[in-house]
Structure formats: C-alpha cells, structure tokens
Write a protein that binds this ligand. Sequence first.
Ligand SMILES: [Fe+2]
Length: 154
Amino acid sequence: MKTLDREQVVAVLNRLLESELAGVVRYTHYSFLVFGYGRIPIVSWLRQQADESLAHAQQVGEWITTLGAYPSLEIGPLLDSHQNDIGAILRESLESEQKTLAVYRQLLGLVEGRSVALEEFARQMIYAEELHAAEVDKMLRKPGEIGAVRGATG
Ligand SMILES: [Fe+2]
C-alpha cells in the first residue's frame, strides 16, 4: 500500500471539520427562521441536519487526533443572507453541502489505496452527503415536477 501524506490529509480533514461545524451553526440558525404552516416538520428536519453535521464533525475530529494532529477550532464560512424563505434556505444549504461534498471527494483522492479505513470513511461520507443533497433537491422541486433541480449527481 502506498504511504499516506499525513499533512495533506490532516489539512483536508480540518477543512471538513470546519465546514461540518459551520453546518451545525447554519442549520440551527435556519431552524429559527421558519414560519408558516410547514413550520413543525421543517424545523425538525433542519435540527436533524444540525445533529447530523455535528456527528460528522465529531467523526472527522476523531480522525484528526487518530492521525496525531491538532483539530482546528475555526469554523467554516457562514454567510447570513437574511433569508427566511424556505426555498432560499434550501438552495443556500444545498450549495454549502455541494462544497463540503467536493472536499470529501478530495479526501477520497488522498486516501484511496493508502488507508483502507480512511478510504471507507471518505466513501461513507460521500454516500451520506449525496443522499442528503438528493433529498434537498427533491424538496426544491415543485409537486409533480420530476426533473432534478441541480442535474445528475456528480
Ligand atoms: Fe456532513
């Protein structure tokens, strides 16, 4: 098995940790801004996403210390566009999820064939993030519309 570039892997893991933590803050913030008839299920869905981001952040952080490195205490970019329309919230979250997914793909590229466990982890996260993006895409479609909003998964 080829050797792992620990420094590069840790740098990518730290970016993932930061963006998952940003997800915790983002989803929690959005969950305060849902009004109207759909409030109850949408608030609980957003809080579930916040919990899932936290679980992902914790797994990523554990990998960083497993590799003997120090986990970042920074948080990824958060933009407050003052959106409280559900469609805008979902589009904004889909966009951030796509960015995180791209970083998980980068992680996979770095660990593929170099660490079975990290490769497995990267694939699991890509799988989870893709399912999540597909779900949000479906939420963004109008009832009766079958075409994907953002096209096929990459
Ligand atoms: Fe995640």
